[in-house]
Structures are given as C-alpha cells and as structure tokens.
Ligand binder design. Structure first.
Ligand code: FAD
Ligand code: NAP
Length: 316
C-alpha cells in the first residue's frame, strides 16, 4: 500500500513529491506518463519564476525543470513512467489507482496534478510556432512583446481579459474573432471595445502562422466573406478554450470521483482538499488556477503537507 500516489509530474506533482517524502512519507510514487517537468518544458523562455532569472540566453522551461526530479528523488520520491487511467475508492476507504496495462495499486492518499491543456485552434503553423511567437499565456509571454504589436485569437472571457492585460504592455492588440458577437461577459467586451490600443478584426479567423527560424513574422487571416489579409505581428496569443485533464477522476458510470465545476475544474479549498477526504488536487486542473509554475508548485507543497496531516490524523 502506498502512502501517497501522485498523478502527474509537472511543477505541482514534483513539489508534492518533495514535501511528502521530505516530510517523512516512505512509499510515495509519482506516476508521470512522460518525462517529469510538465508543460513548461515546451517553453523557450521563462523569466517569472523567482530566483532563477537569466537574461542572455534566456532560461528555457526545460532548464528550469531539469533539477527538480533529482531533488525529489534524493528524498525518496519514486517515479513510474506510466499513465494513470482512473482513481477510485476502495471498499476499505483507500484509493485504487488503475494504471495502463491492467495494473493497479492501492494508496492511502492521492494527489492529482494532471494539469490542463490549452485547446488548439487548428491553423497551419500553430504547432510549429508554439513557444516561438504563438503563445497560450499572456502572463508568461506578454512581456516579450513590450511596445510591439500582437494579435489575440478568440472571443471568450479569456481572450478579451488577456487582450486587456496585453494592452498594458504592447503598443497594439488585434483581437481576431470568428463572429461579430462575443461569448465573453458584456462588461468585459465593453472594456475591450473602449480600450484605444485594442482593434477588433471580426468575422475572421487565423488561417496560417508564418515566419522563419527566428520565430513568427505574421499571420494570414481569412474573413467569412472569403477575403484574406496578412497581419505582420511577432506574437499571436491563442485563447480558444482549455481542456482540464480530469479524466483520471471519471468513474465507470460517467460521474466524477470528487466535485468538479461546469468546466470540469476540480473544486478544492485553500488546502487543496477535494470533496473526498484523502484526495487532493493541485496545479492547473483546480478551480481558479492562475496557470503559473510558481502557483502550481505552491499548490503541490500545500497538497503534500495536507496529505501528511491526513495520514497522521487518521493514523493510517
Ligand atoms: P503540468 O505542467 O501540465 O503537468 C501535468 C503533468 O501530468 C504532465 O507532465 C502530464 O504528462 C502528466 N499527466 C497528465 N495526465 C496524466 C495521466 N493520466 N497519467 C500520468 N501522467 C499524466 N508558467 C509560468 O509561470 N511562466 C511562464 O513563462 C510560462 N510559460 C508557458 C509557456 C508555455 C508554452 C506553456 C504551455 C505553459 C507556460 N506556463 C508558464 C504555464 C505553466 O507551464 C503551467 O502553469 C504549469 O506547468 C502547471 O503545472 P501543473 O503541474 O499543474 O501541470
Ligand atoms: P470559451 O468561452 O470557450 O471561448 C473560446 C473562444 O474561442 C470563443 O469565442 C470561440 O468562438 C473561440 N474559438 C473556439 N475555437 C476556435 C477556433 N478553432 N478558431 C477560432 N476561434 C475559436 O473559452 P475561455 O474564454 O477560455 O473561457 C472558458 C470558461 O472560463 C468560460 O466559461 C468563461 O466564461 C470562463 N472564464 C471566466 C472568466 C471570468 O469570469 N472573469 C475569465 C476567463 C474565463 P465562438 O464564440 O464563435 O464559439
């Protein structure tokens, strides 16, 4: 029986692993289906994780995460490169973690840290320029375009709120949206409309992102009426929705093991407790996640400490 099963090996999962093992738990396994590090390893630059800033060349996400697993393993965390299929409750009140290949393990506590995945819009060049001009995070990458022109794709709350955020940094923000009405809340639409730095390009979508080895140079826009336009921008922010990686919590009958909101984000309290005792969630998959490495790591630390308390209090 494991003391704690951690699902996902991004900043939240690794930090949960550090705090549980260093806090004294002996049997802690982190199930990460790929290499540990999480989605930040896709980023070519990170400059908002405190204490590790490097200007030239900038610190990559891969470099940031490289030492984390080693530090965790030093204190006893084990990593198994396996995909978790499902977590369910056992009759004894523990958890059964079902792994790919019909294997399963029992655990006293589980910390789910499977993150979320920004949806792709599906235009040509989107993957090629991701992290090199195409971004899904204004807080992360907005500053790289200080006093430059950028574009935002999408017409939901995220797109318009992030366009307003970018307007504080960039010289101009084009919002490209496929309709002429918005999914975003009316007050947000009004604020964006009133902002002199924001220009709307409506009834249009991005058809192609183009550039060279140095990165994005611009986007080809296709209007509903067939017209085509080229917008020369070094940055395109894509906000077309998010998929929460919550499938491990889905039960055979289609219900979720713990409470989730209508977007599928896991509902937690300030201690990362879900609605099920002994089950914790941390990082990008929880409600109101700021989707930052520093915040995911903080969640992981809190969840790790709470798993320790839970085991001690219940004398498991
Ligand atoms: P993730 O990092 O998403 O990790 C989740 C892990 O769980 C993944 O490794 C995945 O393989 C694993 N997993 C999922 N399902 C399963 C399963 N069923 N079984 C086993 N393993 C599973 N943040 C910043 O603070 N600053 C930045 O500059 C910044 N730039 C970014 C740039 C890019 C291109 C991207 C994509 C993100 C950026 N972010 C940035 C956001 C940051 O990466 C995330 O907020 C952070 O990684 C979330 O951590 P997490 O541990 O919650 O989830
Ligand atoms: P969203 O509401 O699903 O909006 C996605 C937007 O992207 C829509 O405008 C959609 O267009 C567009 N889109 C989708 N696929 C596209 C494609 N392939 N190409 C071009 N455009 C595409 O996503 P979100 O903005 O991330 O918000 C998610 C949820 O979080 C929502 O419920 C939102 O209200 C909530 N949220 C709330 C706040 C807040 O309350 N402050 C802030 C952020 C998010 P269509 O409109 O034509 O479908």
């Amino acid at each position: 029986m494991l003391d704690c099963a951690i699902i996902g090996g991004g900043p939240a999962g690794l930090t949960a692993g550090l705090y549980t093992t260093r806090g004294g738990l002996k049997e802690v396994v982190m199930y990460e289906m790929g290499m540990p590090g999480g989605q930040i390893t896709q980023s070519s630059e990170i400059e908002n994780y405190p204490g590790v800033f490097r200007e030239d060349p900038p610190l990559t996400g891969m470099e940031l995460m490289e030492p984390w697993p080693k530090q965790c393993m030093h204190f006893g965390l084990k990593h198994e490169m396996k995909e978790v299929q499902r977590v369910r409750r056992s009759e004894a009140g523990h958890f059964i973690v079902e792994l790919s290949g019909d294997e399963s393990v029992e655990a006293k506590t589980v910390i789910v840290c499977t993150g979320s995945t920004p949806r792709r819009a599906g235009f040509k060049g989107e993957e090629e320029f991701l992290g090199r001009g195409v971004s899904t995070c204004a807080t992360c990458d907005g500053f790289f375009y200080k006093d430059k022109e950028v574009a935002v794709l999408g017409g939901g709350d995220t797109a318009l709120e992030e366009a307003l955020y970018l307007a504080n940094i960039c010289s101009k923000v084009y919002v490209i949206h496929r309709r002429d009405t918005f999914r975003a809340a009316p007050p947000t639409v009004e604020r964006a409309m009133k902002n002199p730095k924001i220009e709307f390009i409506l009834n249009a979508t991005v058809e192609e992102a183009f550039g060279d080895a140095m990165g994005l140079e611009g986007v080809k826009i296709r209007f509903k009426d067939g017209r085509e336009e080229v917008l020369k921008v070094p940055g395109l922010f894509v906000f077309v929705g998010n998929n929460v990686n919550n499938k491990v919590l889905k039960q055979e009958d289609g219900s979720f093991l713990c409470d989730v909101n209508e977007q599928g984000q896991v509902i937690v309290d300030l201690n990362m407790h879900t609605s099920v005792p002994g089950l914790f969630a941390a990082g990008d998959l929880r409600i109101e996640a700021p989707k930052q490495v520093v915040c995911a790591a903080s969640d992981g630390a809190i969840a790790g400490m709470q798993a320790l308390h839970y085991i001690q209090e219940n004398e498991l």
